[in-house]
Design a protein around this ligand. Structure first.
Ligand SMILES: [Zn+2]
Length: 248
């Protein structure tokens, strides 16, 4: 499995940046996780937009779905011009309903609601969803190819129950929205770099990727805050970063 960062900023992109989006490639299949502002132009550097096999949206906040509505155009255009045969498989929460209603688009999108429960099998992966502590329904995702596992933590506050998501992922992608000094009094569904490191350590993650970064922070300050609390390999996300996990 190959994990590529297409966007790691929030709540808005810095210069040349993008809000959350990640490409997961496995056995010739391409899955896009979240589709924030600026993600499509990053993705287009790597692959043609209409060649995606599936899109998984963790939740329906704008920093995670802004470019999805433009991706609808790319897929519909590809179908009309014969470049693509069928609709794009999209898994997403249905709520807030105002946004859930807008995810389907003519014949371009094959929409499925995300629910916690038994893993589903897609693109040669077993994929499980786990609701996190966030203001709207939001789902962490565990990807298992039988040999290795990636956990994408989505947006998640301190009440998130990481222990229900299994242990020892090769790669844990965790939001790191705040430095501790900036933590709001009521946590509002997000973590600090220190809290992300503690979560990664508690589940025995081998590698931790800090993401969902305020574009005006110095990434070194986030790394320094997390470092004492996580014993594995620690990386702060940046656009274009590629992490290989297990066998391709
Ligand atoms: Zn977010």
């Amino acid at each position: 499995m190959k994990w590529t960062v297409l966007g790691c900023h929030s709540p808005y992109p810095g210069p040349g940046g993008a809000t959350p989006g990640y490409l997961l490639e496995t056995k010739g299949k391409k899955l896009l996780m979240d589709c924030g502002s600026g993600v499509l132009s990053q993705l287009a550097k790597i692959t043609e937009l209409h060649t995606l096999d599936a899109v998984l949206l963790s939740h329906l906040h704008h920093d995670h779905i802004a470019d999805f509505f433009v991706l609808q155009y790319a897929v519909q255009t590809a179908i009309k011009t014969g470049k693509r045969q069928g609709p794009l498989t999209v898994l997403a929460p249905q709520y807030p309903e105002k946004w859930g209603r807008l995810l389907a688009y003519h014949q371009a999108i094959d929409l499925h609601p995300i629910q916690e429960g038994d893993p589903l099998h897609l693109c040669g992966l077993a994929i499980s969803f786990f609701q996190t502590d966030h203001k709207v329904p939001c789902f962490a995702m565990r990807f298992d190819n039988g040999a290795a596992c990636i956990l994408y933590g989505a947006d998640a506050g301190p009440q998130t129950k990481w222990d229900k998501m299994g242990t020892n992922p090769e790669l844990f992608i965790c939001e790191s929205t705040f430095l501790e000094k900036d933590m709001p009094l009521s946590p509002m569904g997000h973590l600090s770099a220190r809290q992300a490191a503690i979560a990664g350590e508690s589940m025995g993650a081998k590698r931790l990727l800090l993401t969902h970064l305020y574009p005006e922070y110095n990434p070194n300050h986030l790394y320094d805050e997390a470092r004492p609390y996580f014993s594995g390999e620690l990386t702060v996300a940046r656009n274009g970063l590629v992490i290989d996990v297990g066998e391709a």
